[in-house]
Design a protein around this ligand. Structure first.
Ligand code: SF4
Length: 184
């Protein structure tokens, strides 16, 4: 598929990130409106305070990718269903690849924790619905947003990147996926 990948990476003290970019009540109320709310162990509501996760670490490395789509992908307008399918395909592949990279970094940095971009889709049906523990705790990671992180603000202020959406049946100019590595 024709697109150019631009890496996004910046590191700052965890305290600074929490002060500038974490607002748990605001993002919890956004998550409550999502159909995925409470459906997987990687989504709120949690039985812990998300702020307690950020405060265990001394720094936050934001790490993401901007996928700049080629003109050939954007020149033709699509039906809503096809547009949704193609957007989902591009985003999901980028999200999975990003998490793999972050997990490799987590492995290299003792005591670190990777945060994904978006929810968990490892299992066809999550065990949460049955009240059973997560099937793959070694793989499942919370997303930045689900712990109250303001991804849109962080992208804008740290990288000068605005989130873009599909419009008039056409793919956006680019997609962005943003995760993080929390370091001790
Ligand atoms: S890894 Fe599977 S069981 Fe665990 S949160 Fe994700 S979907 Fe649910």
């Amino acid at each position: 598929m024709e697109y150019e990948v631009v890496k996004l990476k910046i590191e700052m003290p965890a305290e600074e990130f929490v002060k500038g970019y974490v607002d748990v009540p605001r993002f919890l109320s956004c998550c409550e409106k999502c159909p995925g709310f409470g459906k997987t162990w990687a989504c709120p509501p949690y039985d812990f305070d998300p702020v307690s996760v950020w405060s265990r670490f001394s720094s936050v490395m934001l790490y993401g990718k901007k996928l700049v789509l080629g003109e050939s992908l954007r020149e033709t307008a699509m039906e809503p269903e096809a547009l949704l399918r193609l957007s989902g395909f591009i985003f999901e592949n980028a999200r999975k690849a990003l998490l793999e990279e972050l997990m490799a970094m987590e492995h290299e940095h003792i005591g670190s924790l990777a945060l994904s971009a978006g929810g968990c889709s490892f299992c066809e049906v999550c065990t949460r619905g049955e009240g059973l523990p997560c099937r793959l705790p070694e793989k499942m990671r919370y997303s930045v947003e689900s712990l109250g992180g303001d991804v849109s603000k962080a992208l804008r202020e740290c990288f000068g990147v605005e989130l873009k959406w599909a419009e008039n049946g056409r793919l956006p100019e680019y997609f962005v996926v943003l995760g993080a590595l929390l370091k001790m």
